[in-house]
Design a protein around this ligand. Structure first.
Ligand code: BMA
Length: 372
């Protein structure tokens, strides 16, 4: 069992408690389950950071579609505390996402992860609504404008948002509770590789895209959602980080997506952006997370404890999430699997008191420190 640091946890909670919602029942903008998830994300940095993995229980290296399997669990014996999935292509009404994972399976795994006490986050690599090509089609810089009110694709896009809301609303426990999840659309917008990126729309258009998304989810009754803002590592200061921030009334968690390509520049850029985020987190009273990271194929057998842990461990982050272990694309994986050269170091990472996997996270009694 890990040595959880309860004292810091209580102190951190005090910093956030004044911004929480009113007494239970007076705030209809989020379900009680969503508010409890918010509390957990706010308080968890006092104990350590949760570890997450994209598409963790649905495929891995050398397997696809098995039940109760996870490369991370196979290496260290426990599930990640956070799992993420992608909605890309749900907007087209098909039954599989852009990485060929059935939405039915995603729904089932989201409920399972919630019922075992973990957290789930969703990204959305939506296709380009103008050209019909994929999310990386940046050939046209009027796409965002065209989906906003008054734009030629507005009605069509509302239909896309409705498909997303309907899917979220369909993720329910057997008791009919809508599973609270993080929704992280329009990510990495400080780069220009998605159709909503920096050079593809104006600041006002980007913010309007967010507000329209949020308003539509609320109108459709998807009040079980929390929202994460995830720029890339580009912002150098809080002004740049917040340039396209949709607003405190929408966003529940601030994030960053940043990958290692070269050691020194990764450490430098992560430390820089995490320091900026720490200031924003305090000023805006929002928890912070490394919403995507990793070192493709992990060609450094001690990366977990010698690079990642020292960098992230310095900051009060709620979670760190590693990208997927693709089964259909060679050398596209970010978590170890049994036999991988970094597996032993990953076990050391798992054993660190700072890292919270599912069982560690479940040992924290968030309700105990929730008396306000
Ligand atoms: C990217 C890659 C792609 C994938 C996409 C959405 O980073 O992993 O292969 O389709 O994410 O999951």
């Amino acid at each position: 069992m890990k040595n959880l640091k309860t004292i810091t946890g209580v102190m951190l909670w005090a910093a956030f408690s004044s911004c929480s919602s009113g007494p239970a029942g007076t705030d209809n903008s989020k379900t009680p389950e969503a508010r409890f998830l918010q509390t957990k994300l706010e308080k968890v940095p006092g104990y350590g950071f949760m570890v997450g993995h994209h598409d963790d229980p649905v495929y891995g290296i050398g397997w696809d579609g098995d039940e109760n399997r996870s490369d991370i669990k196979s290496v260290c014996g426990d599930y990640p505390a956070v799992m993420s999935f992608d909605l890309g292509r749900i907007e087209l009404g098909g039954d599989r996402n852009l990485d060929k994972v059935p939405f039915e399976r995603i729904r089932k795994e989201t409920v399972s992860q919630y019922e075992r006490g973990g957290v789930v986050s969703f990204s959305w690599h939506a296709d380009n609504p103008v050209t019909g090509k994929d999310t990386w089609d940046v050939s046209d810089s009027t796409v965002v404008k065209s989906v906003l009110p008054g734009g030629v694709n507005h009605e069509k896009f509302l239909g896309w948002l409705d498909k997303v809301a309907d899917f979220f609303n369909s993720i329910q426990t057997s008791e009919g509770v809508k599973v609270p999840v993080l929704f992280r659309p329009w990510h990495e917008h400080t780069g220009s590789w998605f159709w909503w990126g920096q050079n593809l729309c104006t600041t006002d258009e980007y913010k309007s895209l967010w507000r329209m998304t949020y308003d539509r989810m609320q109108e459709k009754g998807a009040t079980q959602l929390l929202y994460a803002y995830s720029p890339g590592i580009e912002p150098q200061d809080s002004t740049a980080y917040l340039e396209r921030y949709p607003g405190d009334d929408i966003i529940d968690l601030i994030g960053v997506d940043g990958y290692q390509y070269e050691h020194d520049s990764y450490v430098k850029s992560m430390e820089s952006v995490l320091s900026v985020m720490q200031q924003v987190s305090q000023a805006h009273r929002k928890p912070m997370a490394v919403t995507e990271t990793g070192f493709e194929t992990i060609p450094d057998s001690v990366w977990w404890t010698e690079t990642l842990l020292p960098v992230v461990g310095k900051y009060p982050v709620s979670y760190v999430l590693f990208w997927r272990n693709a089964r259909e694309r060679e050398n596209h994986y970010y978590a170890p699997y049994p036999g991988h050269a970094s597996a032993a170091d990953f076990v050391r990472f798992y054993e660190s008191p700072k890292t919270l996997f599912l069982n560690d996270f479940n040992k924290i009694d968030f309700k105990d420190t929730n008396d306000k």
